[in-house]
Design a protein around this ligand. Structure first.
Ligand code: VGL
Ligand code: ZN
Length: 204
């Protein structure tokens, strides 16, 4: 069984959003095209409380892009984004959600961020995604979405570490690129961990 994992295809990561990823909206039609070609489709949704501690606004004197220590983990500070129930946290209006069997919210605990769709950044709490895939007999996953250098990367790395055959749909992803080269380093890191690179066309 092969699953497609759609990572964070939410308004705040689209052009004009609070944490806009350049050309992030261009991957939405790719997701729509690919979904019918998988046995199972799941999606992750960044879903923060309004006072989430990954937000620079919660730390007096700190600014967006700064790295702080948060409960013993390095934390990049972000603009307020994907606040539970807001329009920014909603999926892009053109995303066809009919095929999505389950949505996994993440980043719901104020005190810890969660880039991966499987676990929080401290690997303390699971979202239930691994169990869901196991229950459905999934042995292979393909990952696409936003952003390549954060949530896509950590989702793909966890999938591979869990023993799933993992591929990255490279043209189905866009990155934040806080520092130049972040996206290519992220892709290389995934390859080093055994993730294979594919294009949407190879799947279709
Ligand atoms: C993401 C930064 C903060 C992502 C989520 O979806 O890649 N990045 N929250
Ligand atoms: Zn977030």
């Amino acid at each position: 069984m092969k699953a497609l994992i759609l990572v964070d295809l939410q308004n705040d990561f689209m052009p004009g959003g609070a944490l806009a990823v350049a050309d992030g909206d261009q991957v939405v039609p790719i997701a729509n095209q690919l979904m019918p070609h998988f046995d199972l489709v799941v999606a992750t949704q960044d879903w923060h409380p309004a006072d989430h501690l990954s937000f620079a606004s919660q730390h007096a004197g700190c600014s967006v892009g700064e790295v702080i220590d948060l409960g013993g983990l390095e934390q990049v500070l972000w603009p307020d984004h994907c606040v539970q129930g807001t329009a920014g946290a909603a999926f892009h209006a053109n995303l066809n959600t009919d095929y999505i069997r389950r949505v996994f919210p993440k980043g719901t605990d104020r005190k810890i961020d969660s880039y991966s769709g499987f676990f929080d950044n401290g690997h303390r709490q699971a979202t239930g995604l691994a169990e869901f895939l196991r229950e459905h007999g999934v042995t292979e996953v393909a990952v696409m979405g936003l952003a390549t250098d954060y949530c896509v990367k950590f989702t793909a790395l966890d999938a591979a570490a869990l023993g799933l055959r993992t591929s990255l749909i490279e043209d189905g992803c866009r990155g934040v690129e806080l520092k130049p080269g972040d996206v290519s380093r992220a892709v290389q890191g995934m390859r080093d961990a055994g993730v294979s690179l594919v294009t949407a066309e190879q799947i279709l």
